[in-house]
Design a protein around this ligand. Structure first.
Ligand code: GLC
Length: 495
């Protein structure tokens, strides 16, 4: 399991930022929970116009979080506990306060002028949508100093780097090398589909971007062993799948459609919504995996759903004004699901059993709430509630204790982690059923997305004896299994 966290919130309060020393002291908690890997959202010096996704210096740590030495001590302790660490690598853009941009905007003759995307007018790449429509109305920004416009896909304080310039490409490889050299285990590649621009295209997912990723992968593999590249590209599966290419680009990519369709399936009691996420796509290359996350630090992406599906989602999950932000729904997991323990557990169990790596957003293990009075996406990034985490660690009936158990069962059954996945037809549209198999071990998983008890066919004609992974007991399984509302079951079949 990959645990996503924001250093500022993890051990901080509303008044005081969390830091690497605090995080280091909390690593045992993450280990006890069952995390294998941490993903840190950006930790670099930044004016924080986009919570650190506006990097002002790639090779340093934001002073609020401590020093580079504190980071190294954190990394050493994480590794001692067997936790890997992924960092966010924000390549598409820098902060306008990055020295590269300050030089670039200083004059048209500056050697770094061409490190960013400058134009005399703002007519280029027309028709490219504005992502952060809550704050921006154009992807071009006028810069009075030199009388030209620069391109930005995100906030105007985040000018896009020009990847057509080979010096930029080299500089980004140097950044990767710096952190991997310190022992970081890999990167989440932020907004990776936006790297290149080309007239007459959508300026997303361009062949040049894939060529760059192949180069980055060769560079990383050539200089470091066992590192991971994880693509963040929001879109439909056909757009995301190419980031694995033939096993020579990213090792992982977030499966954004799964989260959207999982919630859609819960709202409509339609298990097919989840199953369809996996139909019609080539199996992933060896050593590649999907990253499944229910929620993260951004709004829940629903842009790639049909208009009708989007309205179902908004009705179900964004009933109040302010819950929709740009193209997404800004809610945390537990409130999104009405703080219903069965729904929350079912959603977690699904991403723990489908073929991929589960990604957990800090606080979602304790059902943390949201504060929608905060602007933009900050309502989802409030300080970790340690009192609640400690209370739940002591309570065997808590969500946290449940999740710890679920994660330990998953770890104890490699078929659930790496097994081949075969979807079954349970003869009931509200039930998702699949089999994960590895080395002769077979696990049968059922999920009832229905709000009533449902029966699911096992595909077998007679009663068989199975191991119930949750209770550890052996029991007889009828050819039609009864499943309580919003419940799941994991059974090990006899070998
Ligand atoms: C990614 C991040 C988001 C950020 C954006 C621009 O989508 O997840 O938080 O605002 O990129 O860097």
């Amino acid at each position: 399991m990959i645990y996503e966290l924001r250093v500022r919130s993890f051990t901080g309060t509303r008044e005081r930022s969390g830091d690497f020393r605090g995080l280091t002291r909390r690593l045992e908690y993450l280990k006890r929970l069952g995390a294998d890997c941490l993903w840190l959202i950006p930790i670099h010096p930044s004016p924080l116009e986009d919570d650190g996704y506006d990097v002002a210096d790639y090779c340093a740590v934001h002073p609020d979080y401590g020093t580079l030495e504190d980071f190294k001590a954190f990394l050493a302790e994480a590794h001692r506990l067997g936790l890997k660490v992924l960092m966010d690598l924000v390549l598409n853009h820098t902060s306008e306060r990055h020295a590269w941009f300050e030089e670039s905007r200083s004059s048209k003759e500056d050697p770094k002028r061409d490190w960013y995307v400058w134009r005399k007018d703002n007519t280029g790449y027309s028709g490219i949508g504005v992502i952060f429509r809550n704050k921006e109305s154009d992807n071009w920004e006028w810069d009075p100093r030199t009388g030209e416009y620069y391109w930005h896909r995100f906030y105007k304080t985040q000018p896009d780097l020009n990847f057509e310039n080979p010096e930029v490409v080299e500089a980004t490889l140097d950044v990767a090398d710096f952190w991997l050299g310190l022992g970081v285990d890999g990167f989440r590649l932020d907004a990776i589909h936006c790297l290149y621009e080309k007239e007459g295209t959508s300026c997303e997912h361009l062949p040049e971007t894939h060529a760059y990723l192949k180069k980055l992968r060769r560079f990383v593999d050539g200089r470091h062993e066992g590192k991971v590249l994880l693509a963040e590209t929001v879109g439909s599966t056909d757009k995301i799948r190419p980031y694995f290419s033939g096993g020579d680009e990213c090792h992982m990519a977030f499966h954004f459609p799964l989260a959207a369709y999982l919630f859609y399936g819960l709202a409509t009691e339609d298990a097919g919504a989840v199953r369809r996420c996996f139909e019609g796509f080539d199996p992933l290359p060896e050593d590649c995996a999907w990253g499944f996350m229910l929620r993260n630090h951004d709004d829940l992406a629903i842009k790639f759903l049909t208009e009708e599906e989007r309205s179902v989602m908004k009705r179900a999950y964004a009933p109040k004004p302010g819950m929709v932000l740009n193209d997404g729904i800004r809610r945390r997991l537990s409130p999104l699901l009405g703080d219903d323990p069965s729904d929350v557990r079912l959603a977690h169990a699904l991403i723990l059993s489908l073929p991929g790596s589960p990604v957990l957003y800090y606080g979602d293990e304790i059902g943390m709430g949201e504060d929608l009075s905060l602007p933009d996406r900050f309502g989802l990034r409030t300080p970790m509630d340690w009192d609640e985490a400690e209370r739940q660690e002591r309570d065997p009936a808590s969500l946290l204790s449940w999740l710890r158990k679920a994660l330990s069962i998953r770890k104890a059954h490699p078929a659930l982690v790496r097994g081949e996945c075969r979807f079954l037809d349970p003869g009931n549209p509200k039930v998702l059923a699949f089999e994960r198999s590895l080395g002769g071990r077979k696990i049968l998983a059922f999920f009832n997305l229905g709000r009533s008890t449902e029966r699911a066919g096992t595909g077998m004609t007679e009663r068989v004896s199975v191991g119930d992974l949750w209770t550890g007991e052996t029991r007889g399984l009828d050819p039609r299994v009864p499943l309580p509302p919003r419940s799941f079951s994991w059974f090990e079949l006899p070998g």
